[in-house]
Design a protein around this ligand. Structure first.
Ligand code: 2AM
Length: 482
């Protein structure tokens, strides 16, 4: 009997929790897993006493679904997704919906969308964020793909998503791979936010000599203001956490950061589409540098820094400066993230819902914050806002922080404390607000050694070559691109 509203394939923790969440919201879910014993185990344990049903084959699963059939996968990204799609296609009919909620690359989602569309099936690639807890009680969901599918999955998706007030942290993102692209940018921004917090911690610890306990109090205060966010909140808890011996645990942890690659993919996309997403790039490289622990230990005894490494000014005022530097840098990071999404939208012809994206990240996910509410408002005020830095609210905020930001970066440089993300954000800000950059000289150099030609300010669109040395040729280059 066709009784289930949706099927969910993949009974690892994320999949199980999403099923339980859907069940809580009144939807009948049919569970399936490649290793079928897991279905029985799930029904006998976690799903006991619920309306959840199971299937022991894909054929059985499909027969239990109401039409149009909705099948969601939460399986390992890559070939497992393609394998399930191949098995599902002959069992489904035109208008049925396949949703991939795994950590797929957006390029794969674009490919799957296209090939399923040719078969009359509606593909949705959805970012799912918030970890196991989010999946169980309210994730941030970023669905993209075939717009026709949205009305059929909207109630389920918005029903189970995290809520901010009464607003669900889920809306339609855009076409084909847009959902997974936006999830990737979310992860990149998460890398940036974490790095910014680490730089604030590093300055308080090394320049001001503060203990983790003291810093925890500072983060507690920060969490009451503009920086109010999940990551600041957990940082205050982490810093206050003491090991069984009464020592702060954070200081016992090896300073070599791991990464699974999602930040890296954002940086790669930034390079690919020519967008200066410098803060996320620095955050990825900062993790790379941290992981060279042995080399750094060797270098630390050979490469000395400045003599003075402690800040001797007003401590309280400097802490406030650090807060403002973090805030300003964070504004730049999000501005860059949205620049990347805008460029991808142009590249792939997506109509992205920018305010909706801010809302989707506002709750349920790792970067959830009060700040994202301001971003949502900025795009609500002006849906075609070119850059967050040009929004009245963010413009005022960043200009307010500018002095403190410059002070923190210059102090960090003088004291020899690395602040790559604070610094790159400030460099971007100064570059972005420059009507004139030194790229005229780059153009001259390129023309000098490669006859690449340059454009004259006075005659836009006119490219000319100069014989700089008098003995080179007068012929410009069209094929040589060193
Ligand atoms: P399994 O329980 O049968 O291993 C997370 O690993 C989820 O992805 C699990 O439900 C797992 O199924 C599924 N999975 C991993 N690799 C898979 C593959 N190659 N084919 C099908 N499912 C796979």
């Amino acid at each position: 009997m066709a009784e289930a509203d949706i099927a969910l394939i993949g009974l690892a923790v994320m999949g199980q929790n999403l099923i339980l969440n859907m069940n809580d919201h009144g939807f009948v879910v049919c569970a399936y897993n490649r290793t079928v014993e897991k279905v029985d185990k799930f029904l006998a344990n976690e799903a006991k006493g619920t309306k959840i049903i199971g299937a022991r084959s894909l054929d059985e699963m499909v027969k239990k679904l109401k039409k149009p059939r909705r099948v969601m996968m939460l399986v390992k990204a890559g070939s497992a997704v393609d394998a399930f799609i191949d098995q599902l296609v002959p069992l489904l009919e035109k208008g049925d919906i396949i949703i991939d909620g795994g950590n797929s690359e957006y390029t794969d989602s674009r490919r799957r969308h296209k090939s399923l569309k040719e078969k009359g099936l509606l593909f949705v690639g959805s970012g799912v964020s918030g970890g196991e807890d989010g999946a169980r009680y309210g994730p941030s969901l970023m669905p993209g793909g075939e717009p026709e599918a949205w009305p059929h999955i909207k109630d389920i998706f918005q029903g189970i998503a995290a809520k901010v007030g009464s607003e669900p942290c889920c809306d339609w993102v855009g076409e084909d791979g847009a959902g997974h692209f936006v999830k990737m940018v979310h992860n990149g921004i998460e890398y940036g936010d974490m790095q910014l917090i680490c730089e604030a911690y590093s300055l308080m610890k090394d320049a001001l000599g503060m203990s983790p306990g003291e810093m925890s109090e500072v983060f507690t205060e920060w969490n009451k203001g503009e920086l109010d966010s999940f990551l600041i909140e957990i940082t205050k808890d982490i810093l206050a956490y003491k090991d069984v011996d009464g020592e702060y645990l954070v200081e016992k942890i090896k300073d070599a950061a791991g990464q699974k690659g999602t930040g890296k993919w954002t940086a790669i996309s930034a390079l690919e589409y020519g967008m200066p997403v410098t803060l996320i790039g620095e955050a990825v490289f900062a993790r790379c540098l941290s992981s060279l622990k042995d080399e750094r230990v060797t270098a630390s005894s050979q490469l000395s820094g400045p003599e003075v490494t402690k800040y001797d000014g007003d401590k309280k005022a400097f802490i406030e400066d650090i807060r403002q530097a973090l805030y300003a840098s964070k504004i730049v990071s999000y501005a860059q993230g949205f620049m990347l999404m805008r460029e991808a939208a142009k590249e792939f012809n997506w109509t992205l819902n920018y305010g909706g994206i801010a809302l989707m990240w506002r709750g349920g996910c790792i970067i959830r914050s009060r700040f994202l509410g301001n971003i949502k408002e900025a795009f609500e005020k002006n849906a075609s806002l070119r850059n967050l830095l040009l929004d009245d609210f963010f413009k005022t905020e960043i200009l307010k922080c500018q002095k403190a930001w410059r002070k923190v970066v210059s102090q960090a440089v003088l004291l020899g404390i690395p602040t790559p993300a604070f610094s790159t954000a400030l460099a971007f800000f100064d570059g972005y607000r420059s009507a004139r950059l030194p790229a005229n000289l780059i153009q001259a150099q390129r023309d000098y050694f490669g006859a690449h030609t340059y454009e004259l300010l006075a005659s836009p669109g006119k490219f000319v070559h100069t014989n700089w040395t008098g003995h080179g040729g007068n012929v410009s280059s069209s094929t040589y691109n060193a």
